[in-house]
Design a binder for this molecule. Structure first.
Ligand SMILES: NC(=O)c1ccc[n+]([C@@H]2O[C@H](COP(=O)([O-])OP(=O)(O)OC[C@H]3O[C@@H](n4cnc5c(N)ncnc54)[C@H](O)[C@@H]3O)[C@@H](O)[C@H]2O)c1
Length: 357
């Protein structure tokens, strides 16, 4: 176990501020050295907020500086591959934001380099580290649910198209809409809970009912910006082990005002376990349905989420570097999720099931 503080940098000062906040909770193990962003106003604002000593506007200069050992890549999706690969090739450990990349091909490039690199590569699938999701994993490992045969999962927003006018709405940069933005979290959490079974077949459908007409957005602009992604997606996926998965995601829909909820329901032969997180709730998110003596029993496990998901993910990344263990959220897992996402888009385009094996 390495005792000297790990020197870290963050590239991208949007969600990157949550990475800075996460690293800041580990003062004995981490030294925050640098922040990089092409937007100098943002760089200065966020850098001073977290007392970051060194600022860069060019990530190549940061990677060549020799000043950091690990980096968080918090950039638009199509930059995940070039920047993560540059960092790995510079010998750095990399924590890359989700999704792995904007598409499967770029994700494959990262995975190929990560497999040969001296540095560790971890993907920031932060939802799986929530304490309530971790508790679900424990319930599964203790056999509380018997055999899981069906899963319902999703993330549904009423008004929540992000980054109006920016890269989130651009298919070439983002790779897609709520499926790759929100669905990616739920797909990873479900797959992780089930020990990453093999995806076998995928049926998907996408819609863009609100974004193109600037409806149900957080911001309003007089001229609708280009909108080339979906604003809702659904999928039915068969997994190895005779498990099926229903997925639902949306950035915009007619629903409870302000709704921004994610959920995972694991249906098993001995019990059903439901996670329902309404508007980022941190308690009362779990319900277990079982039967005792032939009578239905409903239990509310008293699990409280006490830290942000990013804090958990960052603590995990630092731990795997310090203890020299494989990253728990690996490039291979990120690639499996990209394969599922790409199959959903492909199925939506051709209007029928896509067979993956
Ligand atoms: N895990 C989560 O919960 C979570 C939440 C939000 C976003 N994300 C992911 O984080 C990534 C970034 O999203 P965001 O919301 O922060 O986007 P954002 O647009 O708010 O921030 C991206 C930042 O990157 C900077 N940037 C762009 N190109 C750059 C370059 N070449 N070099 C340096 N800086 C550059 C921009 O100036 C901007 O400040 C995305 O992949 C997104 O999916 C993850």
């Amino acid at each position: 176990m390495s005792r000297s503080p790990l020197k870290v940098g963050v590239v991208g000062a949007g969600i990157g501020r949550h990475h800075l906040a996460g690293y800041r909770t580990l003062p004995d193990d981490v030294e925050i050295v640098a922040l990089c962003d092409t937007n100098e106003a943002r760089l200065n604002e966020i850098g001073s907020m977290y007392n970051v000593p060194r600022y860069f506007t060019d990530y190549n200069e940061l990677f060549a500086s020799g000043e950091i050992e690990a980096v968080s890549v918090c950039l638009p999706n199509s930059l995940h591959a070039p920047v993560s690969i540059a960092a790995l090739e510079a010998g750095l450990h990399v924590l890359c934001e989700k999704p792995l990349a904007e598409n499967l091909a770029s994700g494959q490039k990262i995975a190929a380099v990560a497999a040969q690199a001296s540095g560790k590569f971890m993907i920031c699938f932060n939802r799986r580290y929530r304490l309530d999701v971790q508790w679900m994993k424990q319930a599964l490992s203790e056999g509380l649910l018997g055999r899981v045969y069906h899963v319902k999962a999703g993330w549904v927003r009423e008004t929540g198209i992000p980054g109006w006018g920016g890269w989130f709405l651009n298919k070439d940069i983002a790779g897609g809409g709520p499926l790759i933005d929100l669905g990616v979290h739920m797909l990873d959490a479900v797959m992780w809970l089930l020990d990453y079974p093999e995806p076998l077949t995928v049926t998907g459908a996408i819609q863009a009912n609100f974004g193109p007409r600037s409806a149900k957005t957080w911001q309003v602009s007089p001229t609708p910006p280009p909108y080339t992604v979906e604003d809702s997606a659904t999928a039915y996926i068969r997994l190895s082990g005779d498990v099926t998965l229903n997925l639902e995601t949306s950035w915009a829909s007619h629903a409870r005002p302000g709704m921004d909820d994610f959920f995972i329901t694991l249906m098993g032969t001995e019990g059903t376990l439901e996670l329902y997180v309404a508007n980022y709730a941190t308690e009362n998110t779990l319900t277990l349905y079982t039967e005792v003596g032939g009578k239905p029993v409903v239990t509310r496990p008293a699990v409280k989420v006490s830290r942000s998901d990013h804090e958990y993910a960052i603590a995990e990344f630092v731990k795997c570097i310090k203890e020299d263990t494989p990253p728990t959220a690996s490039a291979e897992q990120g690639l499996t999720i990209m394969q599922m996402i790409e199959a959903i888009y492909q199925s939506a385009a051709v209007g029928r099931e896509v067979v993956l094996t």
